[in-house]
Design a protein around this ligand. Structure first.
Ligand code: SAH
Ligand code: DHB
Ligand code: MG
Length: 223
């Protein structure tokens, strides 16, 4: 099915998502710099942007920047004065992202914090950088439970939390899976059991293979 999935994704993107110089340049620069092509697809990037607009998001938090492709989609949804903070551990990725984000004219809206996300997140809380209206979790999967924990501290009722890569070719069904699988499975358990969250998850197919994302509405304050 892979070929059909990719052809249909191409059709969707050709029909609905106009070519975009800044986003195309971001992928090109990322590729030139040797970054892995594990950015979101254009149609998922557009969905992130639409969700941020539906949220009326003024503050967005992203965990896992890579070359800033998803960052650009999300930051474009921000109104004047809106702000996006994105966390990245790899200095090379952060440097490429900086160029891509500046190239998209979003430099004044986006702050890239270099370092392990679990080290940066307490600082955001200490500075009162939140509450964030939307959080996109897309970094190292074994740490997803920690990221979700922090996302809950940094959001408010009505915020949206999105977690990428929650299907991973179906490997998440494996009870004895690796650290990534365990991290993702634990994330499901947290989403399911936390009374502050109203969750779902959607499977996706296309140029990035068979995967999916989870989406949860924050419905109430921590008790
Ligand atoms: N959101 C991006 C893709 C992110 S890929 C997009 O769709 O365009 C995952 C990124 O997380 C990589 O750049 C990787 O370097 C970063 N990462 C991995 N472990 C991390 C950690 N512990 N803290 C912060 N970033 C991390
Ligand atoms: C990987 C990470 C991602 O965030 C993604 O969207 C796809 C793959 C990975 O680490 O393999
Ligand atoms: Mg991802």
């Amino acid at each position: 099915m892979t070929e059909t999935w990719q052809a249909v994704e191409q059709f969707i993107v050709d029909e609905l998502i106009p070519g975009d110089p800044a986003l195309d340049a971001a992928l090109e620069r990322s590729d030139q710099a040797g970054l892995p092509a594990i950015n979101v697809t254009p149609n998922f990037g557009k969905l992130l942007s639409l969700l941020a607009r539906l949220q009326g998001a003024r503050r967005i938090l992203e965990v896992g920047t890579l070359g800033g492709y998803s960052t650009i989609w999300l930051a474009r949804a921000l109104p004047d004065g809106g702000r996006l903070v994105t966390l990245e551990a790899d200095p090379k990725h952060a440097a490429v992202a900086r160029k891509n984000i500046d190239g998209a004219g979003l430099g004044d809206k986006v702050e890239i914090r270099l370092g392990l996300a679990l080290d940066s997140l307490p600082g955001l809380a200490a500075e009162d950088a939140g509450p964030f209206d939307l959080v996109f979790i897309d970094a190292d999967k074994p740490n997803n439970p920690g990221y979700l924990e922090w996302a809950l501290k940094l959001t408010r009722p009505g915020s949206l939390i999105i977690v990428d890569n929650v299907v991973r070719d179906g490997t998440i069904l494996d009870l004895d899976g690796d650290a990534t699988v365990q991290g993702v499975r634990q994330t499901y358990a947290m989403l399911a059991n936390d009374p502050r969250l109203e969750p779902t998850a959607i499977q996706t197919v296309g140029s990035k293979g068979y995967d999916g994302f989870a989406l949860a509405l924050v419905t109430s304050e921590a008790s």
